[in-house]
Design a protein around this ligand. Structure first.
Ligand code: SF4
Length: 434
């Protein structure tokens, strides 16, 4: 049952990439060349057998197609919507070198997985025979869900802990609503949990409501999938004015509930990464008349995906390049962002300008959660990330990690891959511990 508000602001968005109907899916599937040594498989972090699942769509064996996807990536439904396919599988499709449109792999994956979700009785996988071992997973996001599902297939009991009242992690609270809405992410989490034997304790903050010592005593192994921390601030004058927010925090507010943008005429998003692009597109989509991205760099060097920025521009978003915020100005609430103009070497030219704004979102990165994990002695960090080996093992025996807390902030598909591989390594460890 959905735990997010039905009246939430994100509900106004339509899908940016509408779903295929049967005829469209069959037509696209029949275009696939079913390449041997297919480059699209190599471009997928979870190595989905893409030509095989497409061939099964072409022969109208969609349930088996979905199983091929879920066998590699149990989060294949959300990945079909949120993966940056232009830089992964679709970007490597051989058609790109033939002056032909590449196969729309994400839309075909969505077609197969959505049909699978429609049959509520169908379960592609069973839990394994009980091993008597138990794993605690901290965080209910994609990495933990993928890890727990694989652990259940291997017969280990699992408990997931999350401080939030909702499951799905950033898939629920942070994904751009024109790609996927919060209730769809919740539905995926519930679907994954239907394998059985995964307990979920929401509203439990480890280190506050439950100690690391208790967790260690209650489980034979632990998996850390805690994601990243709060938005970074800029420590600039006026940052505490009403109307200045962290982007991730603000996006979560309108994905889970309602925000009032009625009085907002001009919004500024500071940053040039993918969160910044999501934020400007979302504000434009919510009807803010003027949306400007303020970024220190230049257009062809921004860290966000170029294909996403191209769409943002088509949607009317503007940018103030080579602009370094100096202060947030306003009388009782934010009214503008004072910026220094930078030169090619990102040094101030001496020119300053003010970008009008009655809403400012800071999208300059998120804090790492080193502090949260400090109670877990023996776990090492490097630049705020949990240090892991190739099997996602941390430097403390019996503890693995995956997703953003270990990779610094990548895609859902990376979290799914890391969670699954961690589960296989945990299984080998628990087998040895028998
Ligand atoms: Fe099909 Fe393109 Fe993959 Fe070849 S590279 S198998 S054409 S999707």
């Amino acid at each position: 049952m959905s735990r997010v508000d039905k009246e939430r602001t994100e509900a106004v968005f339509d899908d940016f990439k509408p779903a295929y109907n049967r005829a469209q899916a069959l037509t696209e599937a029949h275009r696939c060349l079913f390449c041997a040594d297919a480059p699209c498989i190599k471009a997928c972090p979870t190595s989905i057998d893409i030509p095989q699942f497409i061939r099964k769509i072409a022969t109208e064996n969609t349930r088996s197609s979905a199983k091929t996807i879920f066998e590699s990536n149990i989060l294949g439904m959300s990945c079909a919507r949120v993966c940056p396919v232009e830089t992964l599988c679709v970007g490597d499709c051989v058609y790109n070198g033939m002056d032909e449109p590449p196969i729309q792999i994400g839309k075909l994956q969505r077609y197969a997985t959505d049909l699978a979700y429609e049959d509520e009785t169908w379960r592609p996988f069973e839990a394994g025979d009980a091993t008597g071992k138990s794993v605690g997973l901290i965080g209910a996001g994609p990495a933990s869900l993928a890890c727990a599902h694989e652990l259940r297939r291997l017969g280990h009991a699992c408990t997931i802990y999350d401080k939030r009242p909702v499951v799905g992690g950033l898939n629920t609270t942070g994904v751009a609503p024109y790609k996927m809405k919060a209730d769809r992410s919740e539905a995926e989490a519930e679907w994954v949990l239907k394998i059985g034997g995964i307990e979920v304790e929401t509203g439990v903050e480890v280190g506050v409501d439950k100690s690391w010592a208790d967790l260690g005593e209650g489980h034979d192994a632990l998996f850390l999938g805690v994601g990243l921390g709060p938005d970074h601030g800029m420590s600039l004058p006026g940052e505490d004015l009403p109307g200045v927010h962290g982007a991730v925090e603000y996006i979560e507010r309108f994905k889970l509930g309602a925000v009032d943008l009625a009085g907002v005429q001009s919004a500024v998003v500071v940053g040039g990464g993918n969160t910044a692009i999501d934020a400007v597109r979302e504000l434009a989509g919510l009807g803010v008349p003027s949306v400007t991205m303020v970024y220190r760099g230049v257009e062809d060097k921004m860290s966000g995906y170029a294909h996403e920025w191209k769409v943002a521009k088509q949607e009317g978003v503007r940018a103030s390049w080579r602009s370094q915020p100096l202060a947030f100005e306003g009388d009782g609430k934010v009214e503008g962002v004072r910026c220094a103009r930078l030169d090619d070497a990102k040094q101030p030219t001496g020119d300053e300008h003010v970008v009008p704004a009655d809403l400012v979102l800071l999208a300059i990165g998120q804090a790492k959660l080193e502090g949260l994990l400090s109670g877990l002695e023996g776990v090492s960090f490097e630049r705020g990330r949990v240090v892991v080996d190739a099997a996602q093992a941390t430097t403390r025996e019996g503890v693995w990690a995956g997703g953003d807390c270990a990779n610094g902030g990548k895609e859902v598909v990376n979290a799914a891959d890391e969670g699954k591989r961690a589960a296989q390594a945990i299984d080998a460890y628990l087998q040895g511990a028998k």
